[in-house]
Design a protein. Sequence first.
Length: 318
Amino acid sequence: MGILKRGRLFFRKRGFVATVKQTADKCVRQLKKTPNACKERLVRKKHIKLLREVTVGKEVYIVIPCNDWALPLFQRPHQISKNLSSMENSVVLFISDQARYDNFCFTKKVTQSIYLFSLRMVSTLDKILADSKQVTVVMYWTRHYNLLSKFQYDKLVYEYVDELQLLPYYDEKMEITHRELLENADLTLATADELYKKAVPFAKKLILSPNAADYELFSTQRDCAINPMISELVKEYSCVLGYYGAFAFWFDYDLVLETARRNKDWLFILIGYDYDGTVSCIHKASLSNVLFIESRPYSELPSFVRGFDIQVIPFVIN
């Protein structure tokens, strides 16, 4: 989708002020990325050689997500990458378009088996993966569909994670591309029952694979100390309700705020990442029993959960 069309869609959805702010923000981010973007062509031979040595004889998984690796919210693409990389003889190349939080030149090592890879250099993948054992692509959204024509791969996995209408810059073309991915993918993973039902008529092979948590992380820390950010505060309330995750228009702010007003002895602890600025309504409400905490490292979550009496997912029913 062209930049002008994306701009028009954003303008219709968010208005003039938000569009100007978004455009200015994007220009600043683009300027910050320019040095690395220019440098990539100068160092490509070095990085191609490095990655070719890393991937020779390996099962390579090219994960094409819908967000940066350094996004301050550890989500499904990160979890999938982490688990794929833990398998024997495997390497993960996490394709980043460096939209906001990533900024690197060509490639960046995350762990022994996970490497960030610049979307700008996708055309070099065939040289890099020439000696790999098998190449499997794991794709998360339709906007990157055109990348599949730029390199060779053996298997395609399509993660159908959300209603398309919820995704940025939704349009008719997204529906067409989505249908093609369902029909061409060797495996489609649907994260919810409704998505599964919609995919059944078109998907070649389909599995229901709901979102989940890292069982090992949470089960081994059942008795950990309550995080010091909330340890004293939770003692003041009869019931502590907690949420961790994304905040956007699908979060039912009205429900949470009204419940908090009616129950002064309940504390809501809301932790996560504000995708679209909607968290501002929590700040405006200024309720002493509603606490918003910006995203914390995934490894810290058990210490917050330890302070909750009830965990909730208060999404709008739509």
